[in-house]
Design a binder for this molecule. Structure first.
Ligand SMILES: Nc1ncnc2c1ncn2[C@@H]1O[C@H](COP(=O)(O)OP(=O)(O)OP(=O)(O)O)[C@@H](O)[C@H]1O
Ligand SMILES: O=C(O)C1=C[C@@H](O)[C@@H](O)[C@H](O)C1
Ligand SMILES: [Mg+2]
Length: 191
């Protein structure tokens, strides 16, 4: 028997963290995809800070997203969102969950591409609808037919989300399953 101790294999989290380095892991995708929920879980597994850009916008403006849209409109909201994203894209590592439209905005997308590893949580309409219909507070869905609006947004936005570095298909499974798939996709980017 050899006296040599076999080196312990790196865990999935260790490999994912090594692949990320000092970059930021940025979750993008439509409302309800699970960017906030899964992002928080991934940050906790990697033991790095988690920031949600929607929460950060609400914190600095001391207004809710709905109030911001109502008072200043979407264009001003996007400008504020880009300023917040610029600050969050400083060297990390951290996990940043973005609001659903952030990656669609050209300025924010450029910042994310430069300083982050982006992961698109891709989901089918029914999965998204099931989740967003449970909670209010999404100004873009305050329409006569919000499910149709969500579908229209999918058509417009999915080709742009597809520019993200990684894509994980989310579905009706537990959040930790999706979080592990994100870690595996990230770990696979190294070597
Ligand atoms: N894999 C999952 N299984 C079950 N529920 C989930 C899953 N992922 C997210 N959810 C739930 O779906 C809801 C929406 O998720 P979340 O708020 O994380 O979406 P989001 O992508 O951040 O949306 P938004 O762009 O509006 O911020 C939450 O109640 C969350 O707990
Ligand atoms: O998809 C969007 O454009 C949005 C999603 C939310 O996260 C918020 O950022 C806001 O409601 C806009
Ligand atoms: Mg969110």
């Amino acid at each position: 028997m050899s006296d040599l101790v076999e080196p312990k294999a790196a865990t999935l989290a260790e490999r994912a963290k090594a692949a990320l380095g000092r970059r930021n892991l940025v979750f993008v995708g439509l409302m309800g995809a699970g960017k906030s929920a899964v992002g928080r879980m991934v940050a906790s597994t990697l033991n790095i800070p988690f920031i949600d850009s929607d929460h950060e916008i609400e914190r600095v403006s001391r207004m809710t997203i709905s109030e911001l849209f109502a008072a200043y409109g979407e264009t001003e909201f996007r400008a504020l969102e880009t300023r917040v994203i610029r600050r969050l894209m400083r060297p990390g590592p951290r996990v940043v969950s973005t609001g659903g439209g952030a990656y669609i905005n050209e300025d924010s997308r450029r910042l994310i591409k430069k300083n982050g590893v982006s992961v698109w949580l891709d989901a089918d309409l029914d999965v998204l609808w099931e989740r967003v219909s449970k909670r209010d507070g999404r100004p873009l869905l305050k329409t006569e037919n919000p499910k149709q609006t969500l579908e229209n947004l999918m058509h417009i936005r999915y080709p742009i989300y597809a520019e993200a570095d990684l894509r994980v298909k989310t579905r009706d499974v537990r959040k930790d399953v999706i979080a592990d798939e994100v870690l595996a996709a990230l770990a696979a980017t190294k070597g």
